[in-house]
Design a binder for this molecule. Structure first.
Ligand code: KG4
Length: 340
């Protein structure tokens, strides 16, 4: 008995990924990013599906090779069922079904968002393991989602706040696009913001009750502000790029932290974590550290490579579902929109 070995498959957006996890310890995690979308300034669903189709077999083979296991040792295959782009999800789902049939192993479906949260529980051989304690709050911020999740147990999570329109990552990317930055713009804004003054420009913040977010007003405000300034000075963006990025990033972080602080206060939970692609943002990370000191939070920030879309987070979720024998049949289908 070599332990519980899970093959994870992720294909919800524009990254094809496969990973192997044994008893919660990562053995391999291969991510193939798709370059085809860059020239379009965003993910083109049709092209994404095709690239997944080309990548999936080599990516899985590489993940198995790097893990050092034989594929006959896989105990179950876990795949992302949603949310995501339907055509992309279908590729990973179909592959997982085929693998399950061919190898006669159980099939496990995983909610992508749950995967982002459980990425905090990925163990690495020889590395210190410092997972959050239940219950904890997770600020999940990615290109498609902005949520505050109350996590009571591995598979017991509740969304207590979420965006009513755009996600934080979308706000970064769409504002970056109007400044002429490459896609995805988030990391570029982050880099430029380091040189800029965050208080130079003031952008609108939503006033909505409860723990929900909204980023579409900020996006529109940013767009109109640039349009008006460009009428007066056509070099406005080039001349003020760093300050624009710093002020935009500052506003997004203020919005994110505002509701997170409120959630911590209302729930009395001081165990705080962050997940999703936007958690790579250096300004957000330092704001979290600062607030953790101030409000005596126990803050846990996952390793960078597990915050972005990857199959290791799908495999670790598959592992916890395996322990509960939560399997699905061959008639399962992916969903573009699913709740936690
Ligand atoms: O979780 P993720 O990899 O996948 C999707 O949800 O698609 O998140 C991607 C998002 C993009 O919007 C990207 O611009 C943003 O995360 N992102 C960042 C940074 N790194 C990635 N946003 C701000 N600052 C960063 N350093």
């Amino acid at each position: 008995n070599k332990g519980i070995t899970i093959l994870g498959i992720e294909s919800s957006c524009d990254d094809t990924s496969a990973a192997v996890i044994r008893d919660g310890v990562i053995l391999s995690n291969v991510v193939a990013s798709q370059k085809v979308h860059e020239e379009y300034g965003g993910v083109v669903p049709e092209l994404a599906s095709r690239a997944h189709q080309q990548n999936i077999i080599p990516v899985v083979e590489l993940a198995i090779k790097r893990s050092g296991i034989d594929r006959s040792e896989v105990s179950a295959v876990a795949f992302t069922r949603g949310p995501g782009l339907l055509g992309s999800l279908l590729v990973g789902t179909s592959f997982a079904k085929g693998f399950s049939l061919a190898m006669n192993v159980p099939l496990i479906e995983v909610n992508h968002l749950q995967g982002h949260v459980l990425a905090l529980f990925i163990k690495e051989n020889g590395m210190e393991f410092n997972p959050p304690k239940f219950p904890f709050l997770c600020l999940l911020v990615s290109g498609g989602n902005s949520q505050i999740i109350l996590v009571r147990d591995y598979l017991d999570m509740e969304v207590i706040g979420q965006t009513i329109d755009d996600a934080a990552g979308e706000a970064f990317d769409k504002c970056a696009k109007v400044m002429g930055l490459p896609y995805p713009g988030g990391p570029h804004v982050d880099k430029l913001a380091k040189e800029g003054n965050p208080l130079r420009f003031e952008f609108s913040r939503p006033r909505i009750p409860g723990l929900d977010y909204s980023f579409s007003g900020l996006k529109t405000n940013f767009l109109y502000f640039l349009r008006d300034e460009l009428k007066k000075n056509e070099h406005f963006v080039e001349e003020n790029k760093a300050d624009l990025c710093a002020s935009l990033q500052y506003t997004i972080i203020e919005i994110l932290l505002g509701k997170l602080k409120k959630a911590a206060k209302e729930t009395g939970v001081r165990e705080i974590t962050v997940a999703g692609g936007v958690s790579a943002n250096s300004g957000l990370r330092s704001a979290l550290v600062e607030n953790a000191k101030k409000h005596r939070w126990n803050l846990i920030i996952p390793k960078f490579e597990y915050t972005m879309d990857n199959a290791a987070m799908i495999a670790i979720t598959g592992y916890y579902k395996f322990l509960k024998q939560e399997f699905v049949g061959q008639n399962t289908v992916p969903f573009a929109r699913t709740q936690l």
